[in-house]
Write a protein that binds this ligand. Structure first.
Ligand SMILES: [Zn+2]
Ligand SMILES: [Zn+2]
Length: 485
């Protein structure tokens, strides 16, 4: 963390030297091609991490890097090295006239201001004026990936920035969830969770952050012990997801070999193992640093205060619907839980009513993202002549992808974008282990969880739905019209 303070001074000087660009400098509207590239890398790493949550059968592995396949590794390395070479070539070649080089310098200044803040509030408002987000409006991991792409720091500096971004993620999680924790009825939530006591340094750090938080008059009322415990559980989840992504990125970017378990306790929780592998302080140690005295702590407090006051400024000017400080889901992504017996699903569909006619649901389909049951290809709920229930539901639920079970056909429907789709067998098998598409054999059908996870959940999490559909199209006669379903 001492290094961090040095890095902070170095960057702060560069801001004071007035290198932060004015709006006039960013008027040509050129998009730096490094931005989408580095987002692609950051999002690919995030997708890999999300798909591996709740998995990992290698008992000797110390981190999820053990699950990074050769193909994944190559793909991510190519992305990362493309960014590096592209930037190197462009920055070296006529830096004064080359637009990529110019844009990169600007982007660097903006990112520095986003992370460290600048002395005057005016400069931060200007930053908003030319379309840049404040730090908490960004996904902090993607911000870190951008930092590595644009700043091209050495390993030591990258590690310092990683620690600061890690702290930013923690502060952001506390900021977002403090209100939720205060309003939640904790008795029901805490049932089943082991009673763990939170550390004193975390408690102090949370009240320290509350002092900066001016959102509501109750902000300074300290949290109760059970509320603190709940908050800590949530913060740990976010910290864990952040470090899991970061270790993959550091491995890709710098080729660091983290599988060196010489002093790693394999029985320790994943969060402490990752912190040890990345040579980072534990969450409690950072909280401790935030609440003690010293130059490093003072700087950390100053930066934290800026983030929180910016976040306050954002929330004051926003309605609850367009809330721009968002946090991604930190837990395991699952498709909706299906009943063991197929008949239960049929009975459930009979109970539902069509919102248009109030009668039985026609051609019922269940969304595997949210579990909603609705009419699919039916006159009652058709909109704009040809938009069926699944298509309409996909637009508001999964966006561009959807997975449904058509209950009468006993088939899974994959959907992608406007106009693409394909059918597959539902994950239900009879006692002989065979599927029964269109339910012709009238056998009892039972859920096969392995098929469900392997064929549908993995296809979804690995972003394979468009691929599944297009592969199927090659072998099928495809009359189109998928949007009518
Ligand atoms: Zn849904
Ligand atoms: Zn209907």
């Amino acid at each position: 963390m001492a290094e961090l303070v040095k890095a902070y001074h170095r960057v702060d000087e560069s801001i004071r030297a007035n290198r932060l660009c004015s709006p006039a400098q960013i008027d040509d509207g050129t998009v730096n091609p490094v931005s989408p590239l580095s987002r692609a890398l950051g999002l690919s790493v995030s997708a890999f991490e999300i798909a591996r949550r709740g998995q990992g059968d290698d008992v000797s592995a110390t981190s999820l890097l053990a699950e990074l396949s050769e193909q994944n590794l190559t793909h991510l390395r190519i992305l990362s090295e493309t960014i590096e070479s592209f930037l190197a070539v462009n920055v070296l070649r006529n830096p004064s006239t080359n637009p990529v080089a110019r844009e990169t310098v600007k982007k660097r200044d903006i990112m520095t201001a986003q992370l460290f803040g600048v002395e005057s509030e005016i400069a931060m408002i200007k930053l908003k004026d030319f379309g840049s987000n404040l730090l908490f409006q960004e996904d902090i991991f993607l911000f870190f990936a951008d930092w590595l792409a644009f700043m091209a720091p050495g390993v030591a500096e990258a590690s310092d920035i990683l620690q600061l971004c890690y702290w930013a993620e923690v502060v952001k999680a506390v900021f977002v969830y403090k209100k939720v924790v205060k309003n939640a009825s904790l008795e029901s939530l805490m049932q089943g969770t082991a009673a763990t006591s939170t550390s004193n340094s975390f408690k102090l750090a949370v009240s320290g952050m509350a002092m900066e938080d001016t959102r509501d008059p109750y902000a300074r009322v300290p949290l109760s012990d059970s509320q603190l415990m709940m908050l800590r559980l949530v913060v740990d989840k976010y910290a864990l997801a952040f470090l899991r992504k970061s270790i993959v990125l550091m491995h890709i970017r710098y080729g660091l070999d983290f599988e060196c378990p010489y002093n790693i306790d394999t029985d320790a929780p994943e969060l402490s193992r990752l912190a040890a592998l990345l040579h980072m302080p534990s969450l409690d140690e950072v909280c401790g640093l935030y609440t003690t005295t010293g130059t490093g702590s003072d700087n950390l407090r100053r930066i934290t205060k800026r983030w929180i006051s910016q976040a306050n400024m954002i929330t004051e000017h926003e309605s609850a619907h367009s809330y721009s400080i968002k946090m991604p889901h930190p837990a395991i992504f699952e498709l909706v839980g299906l009943p063991k017996n197929y008949d239960t699903l049929t009975e459930e569909a009979i109970k539902r009513r069509c919102p248009t006619t109030g009668k039985e649901v026609t051609d019922p389909a269940v969304c595997l993202f949210c579990g909603d049951i609705f009419c699919s290809q039916a006159v009652c709920c058709m909109k704009e002549k040809n938009q069926g229930g699944c298509y309409q539901h996909m637009q508001k639920c999964g966006g561009k992808v959807g997975i449904f079970i058509n209950i009468r056909k006993c088939m899974v429907l994959f959907m992608h974008g406007p106009g693409n789709g394909s059918y597959a067998h539902a994950p239900y098998l009879d006692k002989h282990g065979e599927p029964d598409p269109t339910l012709r054999r009238h056998h009892q059908l039972f859920l096969n969880q392995k098929r469900y996870d392997k064929l549908y959940r993995e296809a979804w999490l690995n972003h394979m739905i468009p691929t599944v559909i297009s592969r199927k199209l090659e072998s099928d006669i495809n009359p189109g019209g998928w949007e009518t379903l």
